[in-house]
Write a protein that binds this ligand. Structure first.
Ligand SMILES: Cc1ncc(COP(=O)(O)O)c(C=O)c1O
Length: 290
């Protein structure tokens, strides 16, 4: 069965799907995207993802492509037509098709919306089978990383550097200050040398991860303490545990960074607990609430 994509009002086989070469997403990276995890037929943290989409679009002066209820129907329809129960849904909204000119089209054109989905295996039950290595890498991105822009060149280069080093993720840091920001496509967390669970606070320097937000809400409900104080590469080197979160990665332990063991090189108790907590969150279907 060929994959079905949604492109500007039409569902069609992915091989036949195309966008105009003057689409501003293609020409300028003038667009926003979202990735949502479909788990057993239900979108995980759907409201958080749609909120972030709307916010990112607003920051670049674009409207939602359609009312939220209609958009949700398109997303479900893409999953249904592809017969995907467990997968990753990708949606991209761009400023549409116009003669190439950096400034916005004088007469606004309809935004473009593309939605695709692909099957992935369901989240793992065993955290031990979900571990990775990472590298550290300078953060070369622009100043508005809170906007989920389709401009991903620095993220692409950092991920490629990780792959070439035999690792799965690049942990980004500010070269001027030595402070850690986040992963190339993930939120990043440590348990520091003093045992404090930490992830960087939100501002324009990192993307507000939906998985991060959902996990923090669950931690608060459970009374699990954490700190949002930024941390340095040096503190990272002394961390007892490290893990990342994202719609794709769930809660994923990092056992080695730049070839060195994190802590004792095993999945730590805090990571294990949060993996279980987030598993419960996903299974309870709480993802669709705020
Ligand atoms: C730079 C960056 N940070 C964090 C995340 C994690 O966000 P989420 O949990 O919403 O997938 C992503 C996901 O794509 C990302 O690209």
């Amino acid at each position: 069965m060929s994959k079905i994509a949604y492109v500007n009002g039409t569902y069609l086989p992915q091989g036949q799907a195309s966008v105009n070469i003057e689409d501003r997403g293609y020409q300028f990276g003038d667009g926003i995207y979202e990735v949502v995890h479909l788990y057993r037929g239900r979108f995980v943290d759907e409201a958080r993802h749609l909120d972030r989409l709307e916010r990112s679009l607003g920051e670049i002066h674009l409207p939602m492509p359609m009312p939220r209820a209609a958009l949700r129907m398109v997303l479900m329809e893409v999953a249904r037509r592809n017969r995907v129960q467990d997968g990753l849904l990708y949606m991209q909204v761009t400023r549409g098709v116009a003669r190439r000119d950096h400034a916005f089209p004088r007469v606004p054109v309809p935004v473009s919306l593309v939605v695709t989905i692909r099957h992935i295996p369901p989240y793992p039950k065993d955290v031990e089978r979900w571990t990775i290595s990472a590298i550290t890498h300078p953060d070369l991105r622009w100043a508005r990383r809170d906007i989920k822009s389709v401009n991903l060149l620095p993220n692409v280069l950092a991920r490629q550097a990780a792959r070439e080093a035999g690792a799965a993720e690049a942990i980004l840091y500010d070269e001027a200050t030595g402070m850690v920001t986040e992963g190339a496509a993930t939120s990043f967390w440590i348990v520091d040398a003093a045992g404090v669970l930490r992830t960087r606070h939100l501002d324009q320097v990192i993307l507000p991860g939906c998985t991060r937000g959902a996990l923090i809400a669950e931690m608060e409900a459970e009374g699990i303490p954490h700190s949002l104080a930024p941390f340095s590469l040096e503190e990272l080197r002394g961390a007892r545990e490290a893990f990342l979160t994202s719609a794709t990665s769930f809660v994923k332990p990092i056992l080695r960074i730049d070839g060195q063991d994190v802590g004792d090189g095993k999945v730590g108790p805090v990571t294990r607990r949060l993996f279980d907590l987030f598993s419960r969150h996903v299974h309870a279907g709480l993802g669709n609430s705020q």
